[in-house]
Write a protein that binds this ligand. Sequence first.
Ligand SMILES: Cc1ncc(COP(=O)(O)O)c(C=O)c1O
Length: 393
Amino acid sequence: MIKKPKLDSIREDFPLLDQKTYLDNAATSLSPKPVLNTFVEYNEKYRANIGRGVHHLSKMASHKYRQAHRKVANFIGAQEDEIIFLKNTTEAVNIVSRGLEWEKNDHVIVSKMEHHSNLLPWIRLEKEKEINLEFVDIRKDGSIDIEELENKVDKNTKLVSISHASNVLGTINQIQKVGEICDKIGTYFLVDAAQTISHSPIDVKEINCDFLCFSGHKALAPTGTGALYVKNKIQGELAPLVVGGGMVEDVSLQDFSVKEGYDTYEAGTPNIGGGIAFGEAVDYLSDIGMKKIENHITELKDYLVRELIEISDIEVLYPNSKRIGVIPFHNRNVSSHKVAALLDQEDIILRSGEHCSQPLLKKLGYNGLLRASLLFYNSKEDIDNLIRAIRKY
Ligand SMILES: Cc1ncc(COP(=O)(O)O)c(C=O)c1O
């Protein structure tokens, strides 16, 4: 019988939580023991390259790697051949920006809250291909302005690329509404789900997006893992970024033809053990249940916001907004890096600074912010530790 992880005993699977108050989950999550064991098992018991050769180790590794694609696909309501494994969210956005065909004045819309990874690829495209790049602003509740977006999208808009939730503010965007707007015009829609993948249930069909990307390492998988969903019917419109071994059907000295499905986009030897462990990570999340995870994180973040706003020198940004477990705040008298370094001395781990979102920080008028980011394995005690320490500085 499969042992289902329970939320109250879950911390045993994350030994680091015994020693540290880990509140930097938006940067990367911890991996539970079953995920680590899966990674080690590949290396100890059936390490081999995939899709090459006929020996039993290669067959076993190939089977497990394909199975992992299927698991990740199921996790977001996609089909196996719609999921490309890659390094991280950054690589995914670059694949889309490099793989679609662009012409001068093609219209692309992103928001002012994007992580650099969903910003730089489009800025580069603006410089290189002279696309017309526009930015949607943020409303008073810290989410993107949907009315502005709706007014900006027109028949020249080739792509809209928006984060599901802000990595700085934690605020959640109405991406289903964005999906409807894009669908009406026939615009490509890319969702950066880096922050929501381990927070809430996600279904690409409900969102009605063409592309959706996330980093496995923010969802319990090893670093160096991530996924890009590419809707089946548009796969022919996305050229692979990298070509070479593993993706070919036939090669001559003049030309080559490529395999169908995700193989087209995964040339070269991938992160095989990491990919297989990625499959185990989404199984682990599914076994707990994403709705249960969302409820737990929501309760915890409400508690953290309530406690933080009681501290006189602390300002919490958008305290009443709908958000994931990402809470930005700052001490009016002490820099964010200084507070984070002081907390670090007490083994309280959280992020400070610009959070790879310099345009957003500049717009909001901060040099740096503190960010506590929660996952389902965090507890009320973690928050009490943080609050107790913050009250000292
Ligand atoms: C919203 C968002 N997009 C993209 C990224 C980039 O992720 P990675 O560094 O795994 O490529 C992050 C990382 O924090 C993020 O939060």
